[in-house]
Design a protein around this ligand. Structure first.
Ligand SMILES: Nc1ncnc2c1ncn2[C@@H]1O[C@H](COP(=O)(O)OP(=O)(O)OP(=O)(O)O)[C@@H](O)[C@H]1O
Ligand SMILES: [Mg+2]
Length: 427
């Protein structure tokens, strides 16, 4: 690390008296240069956020880890932490709104319960470390000659030890609390870049929610002590926690419907949303199982060849198998297939139950002549994974099991309209 913009995240581990001496005492650091003040005023702080993210990534790389430390990132420890938090906010139920507290508890525990594989992976990857535990925008000063970070390393080891993402989220949530979610996003992305992290977006939401929730409790305590403004802060923090938990819910979205009704278009749009969901399409899976590339034609009559009963069973089993892996690792999944058979939908519903995921069933609908025109246009262009023809559309329409649990998404209008409708249904 360079000497001039120190002492970031060093005091407990490797600060030398020399670096500590160079720091002016905190009371001589100008308040208006606090990162918190700059962020709250909307000033441009990207370079500083990048620098902090880089330092934090290095700091975590050097942080201690061991089997004992890794336990703090496991399912049991996280459950205990949330339950402890939920008990801790009981005195503030009325202040925070009982319904909000209950939903926070329900969503957090549901997320944890289905994500055992994700937590095991984080442990195996060495992402559970002795970290910082208390990195706040208030403790960072942006001076002319660089950054100064007052190293308020948490002294209680139990509160420092955990997933490195907990540290990152601690700081990111502080930026959000200051009204700058864009800065929080920028910081999270920069950390991801410097650390080479590959976590699902949902895990960020979980840790952001946890920090907001803990701080809501602390604000509740301050309110009980009579601090003005603390009640509003507590409610805002609880709302922030709930927003993240809602966004981080794990969804299994089935996008079904007849050929040419816009399933692939809609599922790609859903998968390309802010949190980057996983899209798995039956066409690519079916051909992959047969050793074909997705865009290679396997066109055949309805129910024949690669579209016969056996390859179709194998395709849906594989879709569900791949979806399970992703859901257990905290990725929301969009499954693009016809879903015309009730038996296949039941497989998916069972998967959602087993992985504590929210099942959302969407059925794309367009009049046959619209679908036919689109299929014809698509065939003229070429390059699509779908082999469906107008004849296949007609044959499938005749043997489509009723799908009462699905929300119909009309796709006759512009693709953006269908996507907006679908986004509202999965939100
Ligand atoms: N809402 C829409 N408005 C206009 N064009 C659309 C819309 N949705 C899809 N399309 C176009 O219609 C064609 C068929 O759509 P898409 O490939 O998404 O259908 P599909 O349901 O996946 O079909 P298949 O079952 O054959 O895979 C594509 O060329 C796509 O660009
Ligand atoms: Mg398609």
């Amino acid at each position: 690390m360079s000497g001039q913009d120190q002492v970031l995240l060093t005091s407990a581990r490797d600060a030398t008296p020399a670096t500590a001496d160079r720091l002016p005492p905190p009371d001589r650091l100008p308040d208006e240069r606090r990162l918190s003040s700059l962020v709250a005023s909307g000033a441009r702080v990207q370079p500083q956020l990048r620098a902090i993210a880089r330092r934090l990534a290095v700091f975590h790389e050097q942080g201690e880890t061991s089997p004992e430390i890794a336990r703090a990132g496991g399912l049991a420890a996280l459950r205990a932490l949330w339950l402890e938090g939920l008990v801790g906010v009981e005195p503030f139920r009325d202040l925070l709104d009982g319904e909000v507290v209950d939903e926070i508890g329900r969503l957090a525990l549901r997320y944890l319960d289905g994500r055992a594989a994700l937590f095991t992976e984080r442990q195996r990857a060495g992402r559970i470390r002795d970290g910082h535990g208390d990195l706040l925008a208030d403790d960072v000063f942006c001076l002319d000659d660089g950054l100064r970070i007052l190293d308020g390393l948490e002294f209680d080891r139990r509160l420092r030890v955990g997933d490195v993402l907990g540290d990152v989220a601690f700081f990111a949530m502080d930026l959000e609390r200051l009204g700058q979610p864009g800065a929080a996003r920028y910081f999270l992305d920069a950390y991801r870049e410097f650390s080479g992290e590959t976590h699902p977006a949902s895990l960020e939401h979980l840790y952001l929610a946890y920090r907001a929730f803990v701080r809501a409790k602390v604000a509740g305590i301050r309110d009980h002590q009579g601090e003005p403004g603390a009640a509003d802060a507590a409610r805002e923090l609880a709302a922030l926690a709930l927003r993240h938990l809602r966004r981080g819910r794990i969804r299994l979205v089935l996008v079904g419907g007849l050929p040419g009704t816009g399933k692939s278009t809609l599922s790609q749009g859903l998968a390309d949303g802010a949190d980057g969901w996983v899209r798995i399409g039956s066409d690519a899976v079916r051909k992959g199982l047969a050793g074909l590339a997705a865009e290679q034609s396997a066109a055949d009559a309805f129910g024949a060849g690669l579209y016969g009963p056996q390859p179709t069973e194998a395709t849906y089993s594989e879709l569900v198998r791949r979806a399970r892996t992703a859901l257990e690792r905290g990725e929301s999944v969009v499954l693009d297939a016809s879903w015309t058979s009730g038996a296949h939908r039941r497989l998916a519903a069972q998967l959602a139950t087993e992985t504590d995921a929210d099942l959302v069933e969407l059925c794309c609908v367009a009049p046959p002549e619209v679908a036919a025109a689109r299929i014809a246009r698509r065939a003229a262009v070429g390059g699509d994974a779908s082999d469906a023809t107008i004849a296949v559309h007609a044959a499938m329409a005749a043997r489509n099991d009723p799908w009462p649990t699905a929300h119909e998404v009309p796709t006759t209008g512009p693709a953006g309209d269908a996507l907006r409708a679908a986004c509202a249904l999965v939100a």
